[in-house]
Design a protein around this ligand. Sequence first.
Ligand code: SAM
Length: 173
Amino acid sequence: MKRIVVLRLGHRPFRDQRMTTHVALAARALGAEGILLTSGDKSIEQNVDDVTKRWGGEFYVREGVNWKREIKTWKDSGGKVCHLTMYGINLPDVIDEIKDAEKLMVIVGAEKVPAEVYDLADWNVAIGQQPHSEVAALAIFLDRLQEGEELKRSFKRGLKIIPQRKGKCVKRG
Ligand code: SAM
């Protein structure tokens, strides 16, 4: 897998602010290069950019995007699209073919996802066939996709945690 980008669809102001921030932080920590938000909520971009400034890496947030245009542009440039939904094919039955993609856009929803997204996606994938959370779904998906390698990655610049069995140790990168 060379490139992963997350597209967050349909953020409800106030109600989804924290959840969208957590989707973005999980995307950043677990191997995505950036996140596209259909909402025009500047505070999310600001919060996530602050984390990136402190903790390093090149993660980007683009808010206020047109989802249909982003999906089409991604596909036109040879990218594949995977939409996470409990109605899709269960992850263990499809993950091997998704691993072959060189560029992958991962879509997560908030409220009802437009029917067209199911058609535009190359894969509609369930992380188990029960409703839960976009953060949980994204985290499990990214981990299975990268076979845990994303947890070994270090970020350029920023603060570095020196792992401790007890207590905390943080150094400047
Ligand atoms: N009823 C909504 C729908 O029509 O998709 C579910 C909304 S759920 C709170 C928000 C998002 O979490 C979904 O759009 C999906 O991306 C993700 N999600 C929740 N449970 C999931 C599951 N079991 N498998 C894959 N994705 C899931």
